[in-house]
Design a binder for this molecule. Structure first.
Ligand code: NDP
Ligand code: 2IT
Length: 449
């Protein structure tokens, strides 16, 4: 607690009291408040106007029952969530997560982070997040479809291209977005393409959206390395996870001349010193929907699987945690530092614990926080909304070129803010302050909202 400016401690205590037990949300708020001490020195009006308190309180929280019938004719019940956090800069925007661990505290932390991330993109999007404790793993396509239809049957009334625009996150990819969009279209009798992003290319999706989060994270790491006159060329990289973000992070590392030697899923990790075979990884995860351990047998030789220890014990120059929150702890950070890591970019949301982040920063490791480093996904979602609004469709090259420019601007604005606040190289401070000030200024202009 002492790391938060004493003027902000009552605000933090209020968040703890009003959101009891929501530990991930507390963690996300604490991390932002730690950066805001310097801001209230420059902007005392934010305290007088209760801006920080208002930003910590979601505008609207929706929790609903999702009943559906499984392949055996049994009725299943899940819980659905949508936290519409902040609409000062645009319609609520953020993904849906389907994972058994989902609860209101996790959705709230994600929605809070999303608000600042979306502000950092410079695009007209507010912040929101949603999802369900539904587990799509080992469910048939028919079960996933019936779940998505039931989920949307409640959620659709809260959405709209000018209101709230969901997309994917853990457990929600092209298949789920397709079922969700189909049901929205039936219920509303409107072909409102801009109501969801991450759609298939044939019905209004954007080229490069699938790749955007992983690509963007690697662009961000490249920018950080450039500030030290370095590059990804020849670097050994470890990427955790093996889902959407991880796979396209691997692809972009390869394009930059680096080599990814390990990745993981929730059952363990694989190491392939010759470099992960991306074609095989895609086949296993995107086509067959199998476990990462299957990589070893299919590869034939050169790789091994482990379900003991941590993927962060594998020596590397660059680490890209891309699975889930709090997956990289202080002991993992120490192992990475011991092995000479020079840069860490968060592909996932809040994957590094606060203790791990502090270790990286105190040891001079370049550290790109999620709000900035993984903002390429949602930024490209905003490009998808732009294409939908103008009934246009851009080439892959044009869309990716825009993504690259957006990532460079995010990097530069975080770096400039950090410098202006006397903390050069502190991208955590730079991202939190830049995102916060943009949202706060818009809210100020709109009165007491
Ligand atoms: P996917 O569902 O495609 O992949 C998730 C990967 O992380 C899988 O390999 C999964 O393993 C692993 N994982 C998930 N939960 C856990 C857990 N509790 N413990 C260990 N491993 C876990 O999701 P995404 O790649 O889309 O998302 C990954 C991260 O990136 C999340 O933090 C998400 O919020 C963030 N993100 C995603 C964006 C996007 O555009 N998709 C944009 C910005 C951030 P398994 O299959 O075994 O569960
Ligand atoms: O965490 C994230 O930024 C996402 N899951 C992507 C959100 C989006 O609306 O594209």
């Amino acid at each position: 607690m002492p790391r938060i400016d004493e003027k902000l401690i009552p605000i933090y205590e209020d968040v703890l009291r009003r959101n009891a037990g929501e530990t991930e949300f507390h963690q996300a708020v604490e991390e932002v408040l730690e950066s805001l001490g310097a801001v209230i020195g420059k902007h005392p009006e934010y305290l007088d106007n209760a801006l920080i308190e208002r930003i910590c309180e979601p505008e609207r929280q929706i929790i609903f029952r999702v009943p559906w019938v499984d392949d055996n004719g049994q009725i299943q019940i899940n819980r659905g969530f949508r936290v519409q956090f902040n609409s000062a800069l645009g319609p609520y925007k953020g993904g849906l997560r389907f994972h058994p661990s989902v609860n209101v505290g996790i959705i709230k932390f994600l929605g809070f982070e999303q608000t600042f991330k979306n502000a950092l993109t410079g695009m007209p999007i507010g912040g929101g997040k949603g999802g369900s404790d539904f587990n799509p793993r080992d469910r048939s396509d028919g079960e996933v479809m019936r779940f998505c239809q039931s989920f949307m049957t409640e959620l659709y009334r809260h959405l709209g291209e000018y209101t709230d625009v969901p997309a994917g996150d853990i457990g929600v990819g092209a298949r789920e977005v397709g079922y969700l969009f189909g049901q929205y279209k039936r219920l509303t009798n409107r072909y409102e393409a801009g109501v969801l992003t991450g759609k298939g290319l044939i019905y209004g999706g954007s080229r490069a959206r699938t790749e955007a989060t992983g690509y963007g994270t690697i662009y961000f790491i490249d920018q950080m390395l450039k500030t030290k006159g370095a590059s990804l060329d020849g670097k050994r990289v470890v990427v955790s996870g093996s889902g959407n973000v991880a796979i396209y992070a691997v692809e972009k590392v390869n394009e930059f001349g680096g080599k990814v030697v390990a990745c993981s899923d929730s059952s363990g990790f694989i190491v392939d010193d010759g470099g992960i075979d991306l074609g095989l990884l895609k086949e296993i995860k995107l086509v067959r929907r199998q476990r990462i351990s299957d990589y070893v047998g299919l590869k034939g030789s050169g790789a091994y699987f482990s379900n003991k220890g941590s993927v962060w014990e594998i020596p590397c120059d660059v680490a890209v945690p891309s699975a889930t929150q709090n997956e990289l702890h202080a002991n993992d950070a120490s192992a990475l530092i011991r092995n000479g890591v020079v840069a860490v970019g968060e592909g996932a949301n809040m994957p590094c614990t606060p203790e791990a982040v502090r270790l990286f920063q105190s040891e001079g490791v370049l550290f790109g926080p999620a709000k900035a480093a993984n903002a390429g996904g949602v930024a490209t979602s905003a490009l998808e909304m732009q294409q939908n609004a103008s009934r246009d469709s851009w080439t892959f090259e044009e869309t990716e070129a825009r993504l690259a420019v957006i990532m460079r601007r995010i990097h530069d604005s975080c770096a400039e803010t950090a410098e202006a606040y006397g903390a050069p190289g502190n991208y955590v401070l730079g991202a939190n302050v830049t995102g916060f000030v943009r949202v706060a200024e818009a809210m100020q202009a709109m009165g007491v909202i």
